[in-house]
Design a protein around this ligand. Structure first.
Ligand code: ADQ
Length: 499
């Protein structure tokens, strides 16, 4: 008999493994840890618990053998080229993503995509069942794996299962469009605890179970039909590694690089910055429109004011993303052609990914950070920006349609659909006296420092362990995040109007 494979008390399942493959000049393969909040949070949790991570390694075809990296056991799940197209680019990013983000672009429905989604979720569930120890905790991440909770429960009724939704959960009127809505809800109800970014997302889920499955619900709990099992759904907003990122931002080389960036842009009076994955949810077009109008009305202008827009390449094989990229690049070209000057372009547009050091330097260099999504589960860029501003400089313009806004109320709030209002918010962020901006920045930083990603992970795991009951409250001095207490925005939102 082959030796039994080791098993683990904590198993994370996420679409991607937290590593990127690097092929050296001599053809040797190495795995480099991809930096990200989730990995940092898991490292802190896995220090006390043997942990495994189940996920796709990023290439189609055969998966590498399981391996250990930085104290985490990595268990790759293979995806064929057709599955990458149908499960990942198709069902996840062209069916679910638009529905879960207010149908900013129309969703595409294909039955073959759904079949691939089911098959891949089944494979993930089998991999989880293989590596989970008796009574383990299984924590499934995000919208790509919504069937995994029920599939794992079928294979391994002994484990405790949680799922966290990194993106919004849509209102039932939008969710109901999905031909496979009942199967998705039943998939999620395989979990003991479901975590969301905002309380509104948790409520949308509970309402969908009631209206579409006829399930009995009471406050944050759903009773699973045919059993007495109850599933709890609540908000536990994700965050950033405040301490680690702040330390990085304080490094002399990073601070020097921030000065260098400003100097290379001609030391403008006001440097505005946008940093996003190139995604239609991020409101980049609305931001550029507001900026263009401010320039053409001569209320601001280069060289005193300039905008750096960093747009990370994303999902480039999905049509809506290709179209968005060409629209944005055309708009940037037009703004620069009409409103730039020799040596002083109005927009510096960069379609790259950058190392963390460069991101921290950019954040420190920026006087105004523009975070203007039309819909965003959280938006970590907003939290990263305030984390890097240990000098209390800078100002954050933040869309009300982000999860982050529910925690960072002191920011310069905007509704990106309201271009006039967005222009006003930008002008306020520029013109508010420095002392007031410092006060605001101090409040924003306090919030993020108190609710960092390590705390998010420990709160999540405590909620999962206690579900369906609420966990015992945390000791005083660390108040419950106000995102859980924040009422929904008053009145009908633009999103509802558009729907
Ligand atoms: P995303 O939609 O990817 O995440 P976001 O939360 O802003 O959005 O995270 C993006 C991350 O990528 C940030 O850490 C940012 O620093 C980094 N990044 C962006 N551009 C970069 C560049 N050019 N180079 C290097 N790094 C770059 C999804 C949801 C969000 C939710 C997160 C976490 O859509 O709403 O906040 O998951 O739950």
């Amino acid at each position: 008999m082959p030796p039994a494979r080791p098993t683990y008390d904590l198993v994370i399942a996420a679409n991607r493994l937290p590593v990127d493959k690097v092929v050296a000049d001599d053809g040797g393969v190495e795995w480099r840890r991809s930096p990200g909040g989730l990995v940092t949070a898991m490292e802190s949790v896995m220090r006390n618990q043997a942990g495994a991570w189940v996920g796709w390694a990023g290439d189609s075809g055969e998966a590498p053998e399981p391996f250990d990296e930085g104290g985490i056991h990595l268990h790759p799940v293979p995806l064929s080229a057709d599955e990458v197209r149908d499960y990942y680019e198709g069902f996840s990013n062209d069916t679910l993503w638009p529905i879960y983000h207010d149908v900013i672009v129309p969703a595409t429905f294909h039955r073959e995509w759904w079949s691939a989604y089911q098959a891949v979720n089944q494979r993930f569930a089998e991999a989880v069942a293989e590596v989970a120890a008796e009574g383990a905790t299984v924590w499934v991440q995000d919208y790509q794996l919504q069937l995994v909770p029920a599939l794992v429960r079928r294979l391994r009724p002994d484990v405790r299962i949680g799922w966290f939704d990194h993106i919004p959960f849509p209102p039932v009127e939008l969710f109901a469009q999905l031909p496979w809505r009942a199967q998705l809800l039943e998939g999620l109800l395989g979990a003991d605890f479901l975590g969301f970014q905002r309380q509104a997302d948790a409520r949308n889920f509970v309402r969908a179970c009631r209206q579409l499955l006829g399930a009995a619900t009471k406050r944050d709990r759903v009773t699973v039909e045919g059993s007495r099992r109850q599933v709890r759904a609540a908000a536990i907003p994700i965050s950033v590694d405040f301490q680690g990122l702040e330390e990085l931002a304080k490094r002399p080389d990073v601070r020097e690089r921030a000065r260098e960036i400003r100097a290379s842009l001609g030391d403008p009076e006001v440097l505005m910055l946008g940093v996003d994955r190139l995604d239609y949810t991020k409101g980049i077009r609305h931001r550029l429109k507001a900026y263009e109008e401010l320039l053409s009305e001569r209320r601001i202008g280069p060289p005193e004011v300039t905008l750096v827009q960093v747009a990370t390449p994303s999902r480039e094989r999905v049509d809506a993303y290709r179209q968005l990229r060409s629209e944005i690049e055309q708009t940037v070209g037009r703004i620069n052609g009409d409103l730039g000057r020799i040596g002083a372009p109005a927009v510096h547009y960069l379609h790259h990914s950058y190392p963390r050091e460069e991101m921290a330097a950019l954040f420190q260099a920026a006087d105004v950070m523009l975070v203007t999504p039309l819909r965003d589960g959280m938006n970590l860029v907003a939290k990263e920006y305030v984390t890097c501003r240990h000098d209390l400089g800078g100002a954050l313009v933040l869309s009300e349609f982000t999860g982050a806004w529910h925690e960072l109320h002191q920011a310069f709030a905007c509704n990106p659909h309201d271009i006039e209002g967005l222009k006003q918010a930008i002008l306020r962020a520029i013109n508010t006296p420095a002392k007031d901006k410092q006060r605001i920045m101090r409040a924003l930083r306090r919030r993020v420092a108190d609710h960092d990603v390590q705390r998010w992970a420990s709160r999540y795991l405590a909620a999962l362990a206690a579900a369906p009951e609420q966990p015992t409250p945390e000791p005083r001095g660390r108040p419950t995040p106000h995102a859980e207490e924040t009422p929904l925005m008053p009145g009908p939102t633009d999103a509802a109007a558009r729907a």
